[in-house]
Design a protein around this ligand. Structure first.
Ligand SMILES: [Ca+2]
Ligand SMILES: [Ca+2]
Length: 406
């Protein structure tokens, strides 16, 4: 309105009063333009803010939607694993192989507004780092239903698995059993001694403690795995020290003293690992070492078996010093074949009668990793779940994490 008033004023005479009015008219015009400019800026800011808020709401909504898709996919994967067990039992062939439906799901599926990709991996195809600890006997359970895991629910080996392991025609088997029994007796005796409390311990006691906590054969497997991956085998000592309950440092190992001087300082866990990512805290494991090792190891309750049908060539070759990676590399045609029982594996690898750590082998699996990624618009969600499938078909989720690695 002011604009029209200013426009209406026309100069009538070339005198000082008229010149003054012209200047005033100029100032008024600039003021009006400034106001219009300010109003435009304010309107534009409000629109930007509104657009940003709208975008953020849409993103949150999409993210939530993606998260729900990953949980839905997890349930679908669980249903697939249940169906696999039913099929196995119907066909009377309790094997888990990379040719089964759960292992060959399509890499990506379209869903409304986006897509889901994912996979199911047999975790027992990897080396279980917690197997470095000797599985403790639980009162009232048989020796094969073992567990040693304060953080994860237990796992039970099936009678069939146990039978398969017993059937393995290895000469050291009876020795292993005897050794394990002896170790268990030592363990019980040690427990009784601990109850007496605060009695002085000599070097012999210390040696006994170490013997009863770390499974030497599994330790050798880990050392070989590290060697085959071109990594320093001494890392096995640091890992063993990290999870064994004592504070006695192994040769090349690392206990509290090695971590207390770091920034920030911390101490050794002295208990089973709860996540593979925990390896990054252990001496000698930087990001490069971790990236090399992580795909071949898992963290499950102590005492789980290794599935020879799903283990990678490097993990199988680590089982015995007489094995090598090349012999486990299969052609596409050979890969369709699977071991129906452990004897077939022993025969194929010509390991019968050879000394070596061949414990805890199986042709089937109880623990799986489900990895799902869902994309909806710009919203994205990643889910990692570890599930345990018992032989009666029940499936429990042991670990679930959005975003973080297993
Ligand atoms: Ca199966
Ligand atoms: Ca320790």
């Amino acid at each position: 309105m002011g604009f029209f008033r200013v426009s209406a004023l026309q100069p009538t005479a070339a005198n000082p009063a008229a010149a003054c009015r012209r200047r005033q008219r100029g100032v008024a015009l600039i003021t009006v333009l400034l106001i219009v400019f300010m109003a435009s800026v304010a309107a534009a800011s409000l629109m930007t803010l509104q657009s940003f808020t709208l975008h953020r709401s849409t993103l949150l909504l999409n993210q939530q939607q993606a998260r729900l898709y990953t949980l839905g996919a997890e349930q679908w994967a669980i249903a697939l694993l249940k169906r696999d067990l039913r099929n196995d039992l119907e066909q009377n062939e309790r094997v888990d192989t990379l040719q089964e439906d759960w292992a060959t799901i399509p890499p990506s599926l379209p869903v409304e507004g986006g897509s889901i990709s994912g996979r199911i991996e047999d975790l027992q195809g990897r080396f279980n780092l917690n197997n470095l600890l000797k599985a403790k006997k639980q009162p009232g359970t048989d020796s094969n239903a073992t567990s040693n895991k304060p953080n994860l629910p237990g796992t039970k080996r099936t009678e069939k698995d146990s039978a398969l392991n017993k059937e393995a025609p290895l000469e050291e088997k009876p020795q292993d059993a005897e050794e394990e029994n002896n170790a268990d007796k030592e363990e019980n005796n040690a427990d009784k001694e601990e109850d007496k409390a605060d009695e002085k311990k000599d070097d012999t006691d210390k040696a006994a403690t170490e013997r009863k906590t770390i499974n030497k054969k599994q330790f050798q497997v880990l050392r070989r795995l590290l060697e085959l991956l071109d990594l320093d085998p001494a890392i096995a000592d640091a890992i063993a020290d990290w999870i064994d309950p004592d504070k006695e440092k192994r040769p090349n190992g690392a206990e509290d003293g090695d971590y207390e001087g770091l920034d920030p300082p911390y101490v050794a866990a002295n208990q089973p690992l709860t996540s593979v990512t925990e390896l990054r805290l252990i001496k000698g494991i930087d990001q490069a070492v971790y990236n090399k090792l992580a795909p071949y190891v898992c963290v499950l309750p102590a005492g789980t078996t290794l599935n020879v049908n799903t283990a990678s060539p490097v993990v199988l070759a680590a089982l015995n010093e007489n094995l090598n990676i090349e012999q486990f590399k299969k052609s596409a045609e050979e890969a369709k074949e699977s071991y129906k029982d452990i004897n077939e594996f022993i025969e194929a690898t010509k390991l019968a009668g050879q000394a070596g750590p061949m414990l805890n082998l199986a042709v089937n699996t109880q623990h799986f990793l489900i990895e799902v990624e869902a994309q909806v618009g710009e919203g994205r969600a990643v889910l990692h779940s570890v599930v345990e499938r018992s032989e009666d078909g029940d499936i429990k989720v042991l670990f679930r994490s959005f975003g973080n690695d297993y």
